[in-house]
Design a protein around this ligand. Structure first.
Ligand SMILES: *Cc1c(COP(=O)(O)O)cnc(C)c1O
Length: 403
């Protein structure tokens, strides 16, 4: 019945606040201790930044980890350290956050959009091969929503064409591909600690790598071009101050200690919820990609078929579901290349070649995901109980019956 829907004033299906971030006195005390010490900056050395970097490198199974102010800068450092030149092409998916592509422009390089696989919403390796030209230098796969890309295929394409791989792992802290931590497979892996992410200090980012040369260059770029063994006022490279504070590092160390357990919980809930949603006509959870051994569910995504919901638009459906107490929304409204930034080429001072034109780019699977199919539920909801997952399914069924 229509009047039973929460959006029309009926009772909510799910009555719960899914808090995020999660913290306790240990987090508060760790930050308080640094506050009292007065050693807030880096390299003002309370040593916590380096300590956290070691912890994160170990966690990922990587040799090095380098913190920086946010995930966008993490990608920027990795890309520039790869030695790209103006006009070089970088392959990116269009179903991602703007930073994946905008940092490419900021490096005076050209983002080349390659469509996603509709089963997983990750970049499609077969399409990558078709997009490679003599100018291609880097592939930047995004482990979208926290599910691993087809890394065996991507690494093979990269090796064959002598390309670098920078993993955008902003959704994928602790996620795994064939038992390996995401971010540790390509030349570099970049993470964000922005508020919504699965590991957060409000803002922040980190790059992991096994490549000492890349690490040294990224360290220099983060640190106003200083080099190992150089003087304080000696600057070799065009960098900036991209350092984080000891306060963030103190918080991140505490947050990291909870990550593995939280990731397991989100993955378990995701598998459970998918089994329920598969039973509902017109709802199809994304498929679990081959080789995904741990899915972080930064976003839990399912596809919505409005023809099974009396042609209710995706936007209205997501609003009704949110009113039922399931924090959900429609995700990206359009592919990145449709943004005014690309359509109008508002690249300001950047040296992007004249011939670059995004007005006739078309990635049909991404367009379908944006305009028709994808509904998102964020990671904090996936930290709920099994009963909460039952209620998510119940809320969808309630809407289907009422409309
Ligand atoms: C959040 C995000 C980033 C950027 O991280 P910031 O810390 O916000 O700069 C990059 N890529 C993806 C896919 C993201 O979701």
């Amino acid at each position: 019945m229509k009047e039973d829907l929460a959006v029309n004033g009926g009772p909510k299906t799910l009555n719960k606040d899914f808090n995020w971030p999660i913290f306790d006195d240990e987090d508060i005390n760790a930050v308080a201790e640094i506050t009292r010490s007065g050693a807030w900056g880096n390299p003002d050395c309370a040593g916590l930044v380096e300590q956290f970097e070691k912890e994160y490198a170990t966690f990922c199974g990587s040799k090095y980890a380098l913190t920086c102010v946010n995930g966008s800068v993490a990608l920027r450092l990795a890309l520039i350290a790869c030695g790209v030149k103006p006009g070089d092409e970088v392959i990116v998916p269009p179903y991602t956050f703007i930073a994946t592509a905008s940092i490419v422009l900021e490096a005076n390089c050209v983002p080349v959009f390659v469509d996603i696989d509709p089963d997983t919403y990750n970049i499609d390796p077969a399409e990558i091969e078709k997009a490679i030209t003599g100018k291609t230098k880097v592939i930047m796969p995004v482990h979208f929503a926290g599910q691993a890309c087809d890394m065996d295929a991507i690494m093979e394409i990269a090796a064959k064409n002598e390309l670098r791989v920078i993993e955008d792992a902003a959704h994928a802290h602790g996620g795994e591909y064939k038992g390996k931590k995401l971010g540790s497979i390509g030349d570099a892996g970049c993470f964000s600690f922005q508020s919504s992410k699965n590991l957060t200090s409000g803002e922040g980012g980190i790059v992991v790598t096994d490549d000492e040369e890349l690490y040294d260059m990224m360290n220099s770029l983060r640190n106003v071009g200083r080099i190992k063994g150089g003087q304080w006022y000696e600057h070799h490279n065009l960098g900036c101050n991209y350092r984080i504070t000891q306060l963030q590092a103190a918080l991140l160390s505490k947050q990291l200690s909870r990550l593995e357990e939280q990731t397991q919980k989100r993955d378990g809930n995701g598998i459970y919820l998918s089994a329920l949603l598969e039973q509902i006509d017109g709802i199809s959870p994304l498929k679990r990609g081959d080789g995904v051994t741990l899915h972080t569910n930064h976003i839990y995504i399912f596809k919505y078929d409005k023809s099974k919901f009396n042609n209710l638009s995706k936007r209205d459906f997501a609003e009704m579901l949110a009113a039922e107490g399931v924090p959900s929304f429609m995700g990206y409204p359009e592919p990145l290349y449709k943004q005014p930034l690309f359509q109008e080429k508002n690249f300001l001072c950047y040296a992007i070649p004249e011939y670059v034109d995004y007005t006739n780019v078309s990635c049909p699977e991404t367009e379908k995901a944006c305009y028709q199919d994808a509904v998102w539920i964020m990671q904090n909801t996936m930290l709920g109980t099994r009963e909460d997952m039952d209620l998510i399914a119940a809320a969808i069924i309630k809407i289907q019956k009422a409309v």
